[in-house]
Ligand binder design. Structure first.
Ligand code: HEC
Length: 108
């Protein structure tokens, strides 16, 4: 039982230290407005759009994409990456929040 509590505490601290800045609730609002069209409500990617635009939209839920650091994702949002155009009109805080929300999409 003690071990379980220690694990929960350690896990809690880890997630706090990694994603302290982002507010996932506010991030979802940003995601729904700015990212969902391409990435889909659950992060799997909008297959129809990808086909229409002849681009590949990565599945945000995969461990590969979750390995991408916050800084890289932020850069992708600000200056674009490959077929992902820069997403305009977001404050630093909104970017932090939407990244924090993206982290919640990881497949269990
Ligand atoms: C116009 C469609 C489009 C929109 C809008 C869009 N993305 Fe993307 N996203 C893409 C594509 C395409 C890629 C693949 C880029 C590549 O590697 O070529 C991508 C890649 C990513 C990745 C993978 C990270 C990486 O660096 O490889 C993340 C995370 C991501 N997007 C998050 C977001 C978030 C968060 C938003 C909203 C703020 C957003 N995207 C808006 C199309 C989009």
């Amino acid at each position: 039982m003690k071990n379980v509590i220690a694990l929960i505490l350690a896990g809690g601290m880890l997630s706090v230290s990694l994603h302290a800045a982002g507010d996932t609730k506010a991030g979802k609002v940003v995601y729904d407005a700015k990212c969902k069209t391409c990435h889909g409500a659950d992060g799997a990617g909008n297959a129809v759009l990808a086909k229409t635009l002849k681009i590949t939209i990565p599945d945000i839920r995969t461990p590969e994409v979750q390995k991408v650091t916050d800084d890289e994702i932020k850069k992708g949002i600000q200056v674009g990456k490959g077929d992902m155009k820069p997403v305009k009109g977001l404050s630093d805080k909104q970017i932090e929040d939407v990244i924090a929300f993206s982290r919640t999409l990881l497949k269990p």
